[in-house]
Design a protein around this ligand. Structure first.
Ligand code: AMP
Length: 391
């Protein structure tokens, strides 16, 4: 069912509960990376320009109760700077004091509610808590794509009490990008899969098989597939209990006419350590482990991508946290970013961490802000936070 965009709501004079994903990394009480806040600024500004009263809410971290270090205070200060008007912090997300602060606001004003997860009822999707959260709000906008895979009070339950609801600009952008991958993708369509474990990506591989022409596999998960094909993988990270599954997935791909492309060479070292002596090898020696895709594989992957019109990427192609083993991920990323005429959708989480800050990253069609949400969407699962927006 379609969902409405924030542009379809009449916002003037209304108190709008805006669920954002302000779950930013903190270092010594300061925001280490504001990307998630920045991603929702256009939605917030739009609501204020329309004369709405923006009542912003989010979780931060995983507190089970009130935890001062996980206060959203730094976020309120950052928003004040970026939105260009005072964004005060309410002492709580529900309750009389907060209610009075909201009631005093005028059209075009904004306030940030304190961390939703100071109340365990938030994650429990408690009905009474959701009702409290909804009290006094006339519209609801969800822009928290990164939390849309969870049915919490602020992402799902609250919509039972606020009939006027819509998705914010970030949520719309994220869903539109993912739809380009899953609904009639422009062909050839390619998935790049990497990361640590096959077991985390089984659902995605299965679901994408009916939507892509080829799956390029790198990262540690490639070694489970290679071992399943009988290749020597030395000491590489492998899931021995998933070898049969890897064989099944490869057989399923063959039946469906989807090519699975595995690395043909590797950067190997004796341990995943900075400064470890590394070399390129087509066959991994018994005392070495594969930590990145090798130069021949980089060229093979680039050639595949050059023919593609849709590319979705989930998971780094090597042990990218150590610069020596980040080259494959960065070389493939840069090549993909610079291709014209291809929709390139980069999954959140580790993939975004690996390539999102590179100077060429702005040339990707889309970099997701939600790792877990993107994975669940690509598995074909219904996102509760999106479902709740359907009218
Ligand atoms: P994931 O969370 O499944 O996307 O996995 C990301 C993790 O996989 C990162 O921490 C990478 O360093 C790790 N990784 C990628 N390639 C390798 C590899 N060849 N050997 C060991 N770990 C790897």
């Amino acid at each position: 069912m379609p969902i409405a965009s924030v542009t379809q709501l009449k916002l003037a004079g209304k108190r709008v509960l805006v669920r954002c994903d302000f779950n930013v990394p903190l270092a010594a009480g300061k925001i280490a990376d504001p990307a998630r806040i920045d991603a929702s600024l256009d939605t917030i500004r739009y609501i204020l320009e329309q004369g709405g009263i923006a009542v912003l809410c989010s979780h931060l971290g995983r507190p089970k109760e009130r935890t001062p270090e996980l206060s959203l205070k730094p976020v309120a200060e950052y928003l004040t700077e970026k939105v260009g008007r005072k964004v005060g912090l309410a002492p709580d997300c529900i309750g009389d004091v907060t209610g009075r602060m909201i009631a005093a606001l005028k059209p075009g004003d904004a306030i940030l509610l304190e961390n939703l997860r100071f109340h365990p009822e938030e994650e429990a999707n408690d009905r009474d808590f959701a009702h409290e959260l909804a009290r006094g709000k006339q519209a609801y906008v969800n822009d928290a794509f990164g939390t849309a895979h969870r049915a919490h009070a602020s992402t799902a339950g609250v919509t039972a009490f606020i009939p006027e609801r819509a998705a914010g600009f970030l949520m719309m952008r994220e869903l539109e990008a993912l739809r380009a991958v899953t609904e009639n993708p422009a062909r050839p369509s390619i998935a790049i899969m990497g990361g640590a474990k096959v077991s985390d990506k089984i659902g995605v591989i299965r679901n994408l098989m009916s939507k892509v022409d080829a799956i390029l596999i790198g990262g540690a998960m490639a070694y489970t597939f290679l071992k399943a094909r009988g290749a020597a993988i030395g000491k590489s990270r492998v899931e021995d209990d998933k070898l049969e599954l890897a064989r099944e997935l490869m057989a399923e791909a063959e039946r469906k006419g989807v090519r699975i492309v595995l690395p043909s060479d590797h950067v190997v070292a004796s341990a995943p350590e900075a400064g470890a002596a590394s070399q390129t090898a087509a066959e991994i020696p018994a005392d070495m482990m594969g930590l990145d895709i090798g130069p021949a594989t980089i060229e093979e992957f680039k050639a595949e991508l050059a023919r593609a019109r849709t590319v979705v990427w989930n998971g780094p192609l090597g042990f990218f946290e150590i610069p020596e083993f980040a080259h494959g991920t960065l070389a493939v990323g840069e090549a993909l970013a610079n291709l014209d005429g291809v929709k390139s959708i980069i999954g959140g989480g580790d993939t975004a961490a690996a390539v999102g800050h590179m100077p060429w990253a702005s040339r990707f069609t889309h970099i997701s802000t939600g790792g877990g949400t993107t994975l669940e969407y690509l598995e074909g699962q219904v996102l509760p936070g999106v479902k709740a927006l359907e009218s």
